[in-house]
Every structure is written in structure tokens, then in C-alpha cells.
Design a protein around this ligand. Structure first.
Ligand code: GLP
Length: 240
């Protein structure tokens, strides 16, 4: 794993954008794997600024998001589909029909997982962007998730519900279940860029790149990925 330590959040976002731009320059119809959370927002801002300045077009790009809360759809401003539209899709020229995310309101969650896995098995993600949870989760693959997992429904760890409650009015409003791409789907991406900032990620970042490869720290599987880059700020890198 390549490790790039930068000063702060802005530098992390700029470095991530540099890699994103390189992928898009090489391949106009790249397939992007995208993440939610506060971590990638700076990268998305860089993408929007560059698009507005006449830089990169997303006309031929397809996107796959990692995860979505069960029970929420775009009518909820806490859903990840709302997040993606608000923070990226509505501000660039990507075609809505080329963006993919699990349907949080699907009547049959198992069928929804099968639909998403079928889509993923037909395509190769050129660049997968990831954040990391403070317990080492990636997407919503919580500790204990098998490394060979594909898209499935998970019960969120209590620590994740607590971490994510800052974005809800109260902790009771945080959905307890979510759809998530599995670890095998993520490992199938050609290139992975994982971002981390802030001292609360330092332990997870240590486990990600220096710890034992264990299902107890799902991100540690990335040590086996042939093309994975970690970009983190000094605070997140403090235990390395
Ligand atoms: C959530 C998301 C992850 C994200 C993580 C970190 O649980 N499902 O994809 O990487 O939390 O979030 P943040 O970037 O807000 O710290």
C-alpha cells in the first residue's frame, strides 16, 4: 500500500483529486466507485471546481456508490442518494442514469442486493474512493464481515450508529440497518484510494496499513490489494 501523509484535510482532498483526474484523463468513460461521509466532501468540491472551470467532463462516466441506509431514499436528506446529488451529482454533467446506488426503500432487500451484485459483476470499477470508520469499517462492512462478502444488508455497529448520529437530529433517527457493497466487491476495483483525516481515525489507519490482516478490522484486507493508496492527514497518521 502506498501511504501519502499530508498536512491537513484540504491537502488530502487535493491529492485525492490529482489521482481522480489522472484516472479520468486516461479513461473518459471510467467507472468510479464513490463514498459518502464527511471525508470525501473536499474531493467532491475539487471535482466540481475543476468541472466548472471547464476541466473534466463526466458525460461518459458511470458511478457506483458503496452503501445506503435501509429505509431511506432521496426524499430523506439523510439518505446517501440525497448526499451524492447534493454534494456532487447535481453540480457536474454526470448522467443520472449512469449513477448507481442501492435503493434504500427496496421492498425486497435480498433482491436489491442481488440486483446490485449483478450490476457490479458486469463491470470493473476503475477507481474506488473510500473513507474509513473509526472501528476500521469500509463502506458499511463492520468488524466481523467476511472478506469474501458481496453486497448485503448489515446491522450497524453501535459505534457506527453513534459516529453517524452527528448528522441526524437524534441518535434514535439513525437507521440500524444498511445496504453495503461487500469486501470482495471493493477488492475487485482496479485502483483503490482510501482517505482518512483527524485523530479519531488514527487507530483505524494503523490497523489498515500496519496491523494484522483480520476480519476484525475490515479495512486491513486492503493490504492485499495490488493498487491501493492511502492519503491521510498528519493527525490520522499519528500512530504510523
Ligand atoms: C460511514 C460510511 C463510510 C464512511 C465512514 C466514515 O459509516 N458508510 O463509507 O467511510 O462512515 O465517515 P466519515 O467520512 O464521515 O468519517
Amino acid at each position: 500500500m502506498r501511504v501519502i501523509v499530508v498536512k491537513d484535510y484540504d491537502a488530502m482532498s487535493q491529492e485525492a483529486f490529482r489521482l481522480m483526474k489522472a484516472t479520468l484523463t486516461e479513461k473518459k468513460d471510467a467507472v468510479l466507485g464513490l463514498a459518502t461521509g464527511s471525508t470525501p466532501i473536499g474531493l467532491y468540491r475539487e471535482m466540481i471546481a475543476d468541472y466548472r472551470a471547464g476541466g473534466t467532463s463526466y458525460r461518459d462516466v458511470r458511478t457506483f456508490n458503496l452503501d445506503e441506509y435501509v429505509g431511506l431514499d432521496v426524499s430523506s436528506d439523510q439518505s446517501y442518494v440525497y448526499f451524492m446529488r447534493n454534494n456532487l451529482f447535481d453540480h457536474i454533467d454526470v448522467l443520472p442514469e449512469n449513477t448507481n446506488i442501492e435503493n434504500g426503500k427496496a421492498e425486497d432487500p435480498e433482491a436489491e442486493c442481488a440486483r446490485y451484485n449483478a450490476l457490479l459483476s458486469e463491470t470493473e470499477i476503475d477507481l474506488q474512493i473510500l473513507g474509513i470508520g473509526s472501528n476500521g469499517h469500509i463502506a458499511f462492512n463492520e468488524p466481523g464481515t467476511p472478506f469474501d462478502s458481496v453486497t448485503h444488508v448489515v446491522a450497524l455497529a453501535e459505534s457506527t450508529v453513534k459516529d453517524n448520529s452527528r448528522l441526524f437530529k437524534s441518535i434514535d433517527e439513525v437507521p440500524r440497518r444498511a445496504f453495503t457493497m461487500g469486501l470482495a466487491n471493493i477488492m475487485a476495483a482496479k485502483k483503490v484510494v482510501i482517505l482518512a483525516n483527524g485523530a479519531n481515525k488514527a487507530r483505524a489507519v494503523y490497523g489498515l496499513c500496519r496491523g494484522e490482516i483480520t476480519e476484525q478490522l475490515p479495512a486491513s484486507i486492503l493490504q492485499k490489494h495490488p493498487d491501493c493508496t492511502l492519503i491521510c492527514d498528519e493527525a490520522a497518521a499519528s500512530l504510523l
